[in-house]
Design a protein around this ligand. Structure first.
Ligand SMILES: *[C@@H]1O[C@H](CO)[C@@H](O)[C@H](O)[C@H]1NC(C)=O
Ligand SMILES: *[C@@H]1O[C@H](CO)[C@@H](O)[C@H](O)[C@H]1NC(C)=O
Ligand SMILES: *[C@@H]1O[C@H](CO)[C@@H](O)[C@H](O)[C@H]1NC(C)=O
Length: 802
């Protein structure tokens, strides 16, 4: 346009000033690089020159400033033709308008016509980079958006034909940023669009293309070499995220458990991995070690499956610059049979009553094994030969039950050994001894050592004397086996047995409570019971036979004649009595028995020694010779009756015989009794007897008085063994009953307090008021005597006088 306008104005100027020697500019516009000889324009015509004269006028083109003749004028046609290569770039470089100022010189006359040739750009240059290639070394860690200058491409052309843009080879990481610089120059930068990864691609080659806007378009390229430098961007990577290992417990120290490995994709130091445990808990403590270099995991502590069956640890792998990654290590500790079973006694009936029925549970046992699986399967057994067994119950519980009836008296305690064995290989076992005691039950009655007991005692024994002792055994325990003896109630001759004997509850010694009188009874039976102190008590009975033996304690008693001095009985002897005729008989009895009652009769003294004899054992008095007239009428015999005891006892009597045929002949009976010579001894005897009787009577009265006074007072208690003061005992005579034995009438009430160690005797002295007939005649019926004397013809009426 500008050129066109310029051209027009020039044309106008040419038109206006056509006749000026130096005319206004004619301008031509030509593209550069036209071939030589190419016509630019017809200058002759444009200036209005006469063609024919051109050559004459030696028209030529002169360059105004340079010596280069770019164009020339064809003298024939008046046309401007290209003479030299017109290179706009060479002429004008980056100037937007490239004008060659030329002059057409004509001679003759000299005329100077200026004209300009406007050189137009053609796209004859490709964009070009100065560098052969770009070389970048970029850290892979470089962040996105980083810029790397690439500079610009150069293109000699201008305008459209200059560099219009750049393109970068398609790639993952970079993009191109094109900047507009002043004067429309464009330069570009490489922008990191996506982080590099050396491990992925450590060399990147890109082609950068610059292109211009000409037609045809031209472009130039350059190669960009990018070397990706390593950054420690890769953490080590474990070969497994979870490592699993198993290890038998009790493994020795230094045993290799497993090896962990991690690799690092980086290079050099960045890839040097070291291992360690991460956040190790105390529990895992020092049980394992890890080699930092090799990743070997070894045992350093005690591995106990029962404590920690499995370990879980975090392991870290760290490279040289501290990138870390983690893996989990799980170590299962496998069980080894290293724990013996443990037997625990959960409950135990320590005292098992012996009467429990078989099958009674007496204890609970729990068995544990800390191992696992088979190693914790436990069998429990009991030693043989004891009446117990183990009954498996829920889980690891066993009941200890009895299998038989127990008997404490046979086996009072048991030591039971319980053995528990596990099923490990080799099996382990342990045992426990349980002590069981059998408690007593009162199941055994006392048993007397003998079937029956006999006691022999002589009469007139001291009250309290020992008769015999009984003993019973009871195998039970303590009070269940403590034997207490007692009398069973019974009667002996109508009196309670306790009035005769007593038994010491503890010792079984049987005492006489009072003196026995053989003449009263010769034997009796006592039932003694042995009872234990159990609850309820058990007992057994035994019979004790008490045999009383005789003692010569009774003097013969003369029944006829009545004892001397108290009665004056006289036998009549006929004068005509011949020798050997029976004149009288001394009748005596002895309450004793046997030898002690075997009586013999003797005439101790007589008026006429040769006249009468007495039968030694019959007591019959017979005449020894015929009675003669010279014999004294009054005959007096003094007879002694003696028993055969040791020592013998005797009694005497006097017998008065009157030799007469007629009782009327007897002058005075009274005189008979007083024989001068004999009476002295007789009167001594009488005096002695009377005084003894009087004394005794007084004594009895006193005793009765005392007794009466004490009647309402508490009874006398005697402790311990029977000890009855003899002073309280009345004399041994009281009553003669039909059997001829003498009976004392005092009673003992005997009783025992159960459970006491001693027996208390209550002594109740209760004299029968009729006991002491001080001066009393007892009358007996004839039948009473017939038992004793048989068919004795003696008068049944007799007197006992003190
Ligand atoms: C049981 O053991 C205890 C203590 O070892 C011992 O004194 C006792 O005699 C034993 N008993 C039996 C019946 O073996
Ligand atoms: C005696 O036997 C009874 C059961 O008959 C019992 O209860 C008691 O404990 C036993 N006494 C002793 C000392 O063993
Ligand atoms: C012993 O005798 C008493 C009294 O007669 C009687 O109750 C008891 O059952 C007897 N005991 C034995 C073991 O026979």
């Amino acid at each position: 346009m500008a050129d066109g306008r310029f051209a027009i104005s020039c044309t106008l100027g040419f038109i206006i000033f056509a006749f000026h020697p130096i005319c206004g500019d004619v301008s031509y516009s030509v593209p550069e690089e036209m071939k030589r000889g190419s016509v630019i324009g017809n200058i002759a015509k444009d200036i209005g020159l006469d063609l024919g004269r051109l050559s004459a006028r030696r028209a030529r083109v002169d360059s105004e400033d340079s010596g280069v003749q770019y164009c020339s004028v064809n003298l024939n046609t008046g046309e401007l033709v290209v003479q030299e290569r017109i290179d706009r770039e060479g002429l004008c470089a980056k100037k937007t308008s490239c004008i060659l100022k030329q002059e057409l010189v004509l001679e003759n006359p000299l005329e100077l016509h200026r004209f300009t040739i406007r050189v137009q750009d053609i796209n004859d240059n490709a964009p070009q980079f100065k560098e052969d290639s770009f070389k970048f070394e970029i850290q892979e860690s470089t962040v996105k958006g980083a810029r790397f200058a690439l500079g610009e491409a150069h293109d000699g052309d201008i305008g459209e034909n200059a560099v219009q843009g750049y393109t970068l080879q398609q790639n993952d990481n970079f993009k191109l940023n094109v900047n507009l610089r002043s004067a429309g120059r464009k330069y570009c930068e490489l922008i990191l669009d996506k982080e590099l990864d050396r491990e992925d691609n450590n060399e990147i080659t890109l082609v950068l293309t610059a292109f211009d806007g000409g037609s045809p378009q031209r472009s130039g390229t350059v190669v960009i070499h990018v070397t990706v430098l390593d950054a420690n961007d890769n953490a080590p990577v474990f070969s497994q995220t979870v490592y699993k290992a198993s290890l038998p417990e009790n493994s020795a120290p230094d045993t290799l458990v497993t090896t962990v490995t991690a690799t690092d994709a980086d290079e050099g130091l960045n890839s040097e991995v070291s291992y360690e445990f991460y956040q190790r808990s105390d529990e895992n403590g020092n049980v394992f070690s890890i080699s930092p270099k090799s990743g070997d995991i070894r045992v350093t502590g005690i591995i106990d499956h029962e404590k920690i069956p499995s370990y879980e640890m975090q392991i870290s792998a760290k490279d040289g610059f501290g990138l870390v990654s983690y893996a989990t290590l799980i170590i299962d500790v496998t069980d080894v049979n290293d724990n013996a079973p443990i037997i625990k006694l959960k409950s135990l009936t320590n005292q098992i009553p012996e009467n429990v029925s078989p099958g009674t549970e007496v204890g609970i046992i729990n068995v544990q094994d800390r191992d696992s699986e088979n190693n914790r399967q436990v069998r429990c057994s009991l030693q043989t030969g004891v009446p117990f067994k183990l009954v498996p119950s829920i889980k690891n519980y066993y009941s200890l039950v009895t299998t038989e009836q127990l008997d404490r008296e046979l086996v009072s305690d048991y030591n039971i050994t319980i053995t528990a064995t596990d099923e490990g290989s080799p099996p382990l076992s342990s045992s426990k001894t349980v002590h069981l005691t059998v408690a007593d039950i009162n199941d055994n009655p006392p048993v007397f050592e003998e079937q029956s007991y006999s006691a022999h005692v002589t009469e007139n024994n001291k009250p309290g004397s020992t008769l015999c002792s009984v003993a019973a055994r009871d195998p039970d325990w303590r009070q269940n086996g403590t034997v207490v003896y007692s009398l069973l109630p019974g009667e002996v001759n109508g009196a309670p047995v306790s009035s005769y004997v007593s038994v010491n509850g503890d010792t079984g010694v049987i005492h006489a409570v009072k003196a026995f009188d053989y003449e009263h009874f010769r034997s009796f039976k006592v039932q003694v019971m042995a009872r234990d102190n159990g609850s309820p008590p058990l007992s057994s009975n035994v019979t004790v036979n008490v045999f009383i033996s005789d003692v010569n304690d009774n003097s013969p008693q003369i029944l006829y004649p009545t004892p001397e001095g108290n009665s004056f009985m006289t036998e009549l002897v006929p004068k005509a009595a011949h020798a050997g005729s029976l004149v009288s008989k001394v009748i005596a009895v002895d309450a004793d028995s046997g030898q002690n009652a075997w009586l013999s009769y003797h005439i101790v003294k007589s008026t006429d020694a040769g006249l009468f004899t007495i039968g030694l054992h019959s007591g019959e008095i017979r005449t020894q010779r015929d009675i003669s007239e010279s014999d004294s009428m009054k005959q007096n015999l003094f007879v002694a009756v003696k028993d055969n005891g040791q020592p013998p006892l005797s009694a005497t009597c006097s017998m008065y015989l009157l030799i007469s045929d007629n009782l009327a002949e007897v002058p005075e009976l009274k005189d008979i009794s007083y024989d001068e010579r004999d009476s002295k001894l007789t009167s001594y005897l009488i005096i002695a007897l009377v005084s003894v009787s009087t004394f005794f009577l007084t004594f009895i009265i006193i005793v009765l008085g005392v007794r009466f006074c004490r009647r309402r007072k508490p009874r006398l208690l005697f402790d311990g063994a029977v000890a009855i003061p003899s002073g309280y005992l009345p004399p041994n005579y009281a009553d003669v009953d039909g059997t001829g034995t003498l009976r004392s009438t005092y009673n003992y009430d005997g009783y025992m307090t159960t459970g006491s160690r001693t027996s208390d005797f209550k002594f109740v002295s209760s004299y029968n008021d009729n006991t002491l007939p001080a001066d009393q005649t007892l009358r007996k019926s004839p039948t009473d005597f017939s038992d004793v004397f048989g068919d004795c013809d003696v008068s049944p009426e007799w007197h006992v006088t003190y």
